[in-house]
Design a protein around this ligand. Sequence first.
Ligand code: ADP
Ligand code: ZN
Ligand code: ZN
Length: 680
Amino acid sequence: MEHRILKVALDTPLDRVFDYRWPVSQKQVPQPGQLVLVPFGRREVVGLIVAVVTHSELAADKLKDALAIRAQLPPLASDWRALCAFAADYYQRPLGEVALPALPKNLRVSKTTALDRALKKIAQVTPEDAAVAEAVAAPAPPLNAAQADVVTTIAQARGFTPMLLFGVTGSGKTEVYLRAAAAIFAEAAADEAPQVLILTPEINLTPQLAANVQARFPDVEVALLHSGLAEGERVRHWLAAHLGRARIVLGTRLAILASLPNLKLIVVDEEHDPSYKQQEGLRYSARDLAVWRARQRNIPVVLGSATPSLESWQHVQAGRYRLLELRARAVAEAVLPQVRLIDLERDKPAGGITSSLVSAIKRRLEAGEQSLLFLNRRGYAPVMACDACGWVSNCPRCTAFMVLHKPDHKLRCHHCGLEQRIPKSCPTCGNVDLQPLGRGTQRIEESLQQIFPQARLLRIDADSTRLKGSAQAAFDAVHRGEVDILIGTQMVAKGHDFRNLTLVGVLNPDTALFSQDYRAAERLFAQLMQVSGRAGRHAQRSGGNPSEVLIQTRYPQHPLYTALKAHDYERFAAGQLTERRQAALPPFIHQALLRAEARELRDALEFLEQARQTMTQAGVTLHDPIPMSMTRVANVERAQLLVESASRPALQHFLKAWLRALQENKARVKWSLEVDPVDI
Ligand code: ADP
Ligand code: ZN
Ligand code: ZN
């Protein structure tokens, strides 16, 4: 019997494709890009056909037959496969470990029931019906002059054009994205159905954005892709994109790996956001992949931010990205808030809150306006301590403190999840007067209750929004005006368009100023700009307060704060880039990180030391192995080795050979390689 040979990528750590036979007599003719069910060891798994050939290098008796081809699914296009191949190559992973996990789970199971059901359901509804039912057409507001310029530039861009939309908070970047999409749709020929991909960092922002998008394009099918979807929904949205029906695809970082046969524009909103970086498995940057994908498809890509990443900003300086600017808020009359620094040495806080901040909140309460207190630390207190003997609430399994969670009477480790009841007395000396040290959101909430017993308080953090839908419900309450003072972590800093909020108080941001992580300042600046941007997004009411941001700090003269006060991202970025250039840090150098984990730190370090001695290459520096700054998590000791090169190709070349060598020496420790690490 005559056979074709299928070259199949499988989701395994083995960096190769696998050969399977497919009888020529079968009526289905296999094609690259199709999914196929194959036997693998004792299991049956779904793989991706990357090529169909006539001969295998393997002896005929070594070859197994493929079991079934998923012919009901149109093949994944070559550009999608090229994207996966690029990501695999760049991040040094096998193709199968990139391509298959990028597909919804329901496509990767041996049964096809879920796939068939989803296909049937899709066939039953027209794209018009699929458009969110309750969406009522919302007319577009007239663009202001700056927005109109930007939209024209994007709409006129031809071919690969990376653009950085640098627009202050509230400058109407969303409106620009929607108009750019509309322009693409309007321009398309009758037989084209162009697709626009919009990436957004946070799941809790997606509902608001999705509703706005659908309202603007009531006749267009919008697909949503994020990790919060149930599997059944996920496969339907994915299929809508893959079949080319969904014209707008809105999603979080994982959406960059969606199949989009007619992709014509990519938007990355809040492009600086750390959540674009996947932190496990394939550790990719969705923003970087977006730019690569745009280049490969020869289409424009818009990266939007009020505080661009220094990588993107440097691309602008070097002339590689085009700069588009929105310098003022979109709503006429809305102005950027005034930023004031409260010197903690002069205005001593009580209960974590200074008297200046208390009076500012009081003025908002009197005027019926909302205040937001931002503190990036959840729980009641970050540590409990004994004054008598010096005991502190260390986590027994991590290099970290157990955090006091007063409402549920627990000490909880935020890294390994360990929970303990709050000890009644010191475990070491028996002292019954254990003290909470420092303040988290719960404790600030308690202080505010005492200072403003009449005010309606709401705390929004990972603890208060654990239940599905509760974050949305909380934000809805704020939007309905049922909250006077909102207390929150970075969850409240991003994106939200609060109408009646005129005061933002920032508690305790100083720690990041002296972090050993060279990106801490960049992150802090972006976060403070973001959270400041929640104030004064709409016109000041008559008799109302001007919008203000109050920052409690011990270092009111610090250049980061001075730049923030002046709303001067450019000055801040220029300073940072100068420092990075002098210190030879990214984006002026390229990095990779080899991490090792073991029960004993010694084993992890030893593995890294051996890895370091395995190979050298001119122009590539291998640093000494060191313990990670949080060395132990859940009783696992962690160490790292930093690899650097001024040349990207040299680094990639080295990593490839190095990885091969490391894989050959069977290591006793768990290890992984990350390209372009962000947490080092
Ligand atoms: P950004 O994403 O830049 O922070 P948004 O897109 O959230 O800003 O817009 C801020 C506010 O300005 C929103 O309430 C939006 O509806 C409004 N807006 C945007 N463009 C215009 C416009 N041209 N005219 C009036 N209001 C606008
Ligand atoms: Zn004690
Ligand atoms: Zn722990």
